[in-house]
Design a protein around this ligand. Structure first.
Ligand code: NAG
Ligand code: NAG
Length: 215
């Protein structure tokens, strides 16, 4: 988001306010969220929830009737400032998934409900990176690498979802599998077999660790 913020600060210096509006606002009611709107969503959600993570942010498509009436009521092309714009967000906080609808035109949260059904929102980059770095500091994992005669500086790990087990209640965990880089650009070719860590993303810690290599 850092890039988007500087966009907002630098542009006004060079352009007239007309240009600013066309640049930061959508040109059609079904356009994806603009960088400005994404920042707006982030600000509103962070104001109402502490320690929140984002798993989905997108346009909440207006109904066709709304799109049609909005388009026909515009006098000037490329001016849809009065069209309703809403965002739909899936965010997590306190180990719970929230489904949030935001009215961007009014700059307010319309609806915020906790999702209690099965399944979890998709992984975001930050949590995948954090989870995949855990084994590198985990003594049993370091021992497994040493036992195989490998250099831990050349090991990289990735997070994988554990799969879907129907309506069984599972925790929000990922399986971490690791690879040996050692000069290759295709590390997937060099899996470190038999070693797997399971990370609970809500606690962000290794909750299960297996190494099939005996001795
Ligand atoms: C925010 O979440 C992280 C990770 O779950 C946790 O370690 C931290 O203590 C939380 N901070 C607050 C203020 O709740
Ligand atoms: C392990 O890998 C790092 C990073 O590539 C390298 O700097 C280091 O010399 C290696 N250590 C050994 C013992 O080969």
């Amino acid at each position: 988001m850092g890039g988007y913020q500087s966009f907002g600060i630098i542009i006004p210096i060079f352009l007239t306010s007309f240009h600013i509006l066309t640049l930061v606002s959508a040109t059609h009611p079904l356009d994806p969220l603009t960088p400005f709107e994404l920042t707006q969503v982030q600000t509103l959600v962070k104001k109402s929830h502490k320690n929140v993570t984002f798993h989905y942010v997108g346009l909440d498509d207006p109904p066709k009737s709304e799109v049609q009436s909005c388009l026909s009521s515009q006098n000037r092309p490329n001016n849809f400032l009065n069209c309703p714009r809403r965002a739909f967000v899936i965010a997590r906080t306190n180990s719970r998934s929230h489904e949030i609808t935001i009215d961007l035109s009014k700059n307010s949260i319309l609806n915020d409900k906790v999702y209690n059904g099965n399944g979890y929102p998709m992984l975001n980059n930050e949590e995948q990176t954090e989870a995949s770095e855990l084994p590198l500091k985990y003594p049993p994992f370091k021992a497994s690498i040493a036992k195989r005669g490998l250099n831990i500086s050349e090991v990289m790990c990735e997070a994988f979802t554990i799969g879907w087990y129907g309506e069984m209640n599972t925790k929000r965990v990922v399986a971490i599998m690791c690879y040996y880089i050692d000069g290759t650009v295709n590390f997937y070719m060099r899996p470190i077999d038999g070693v797997m860590a399971t990370v609970d993303l809500d606690e962000m810690k290794i909750v299960d660790y297996r190494d099939r290599l005996i001795s």
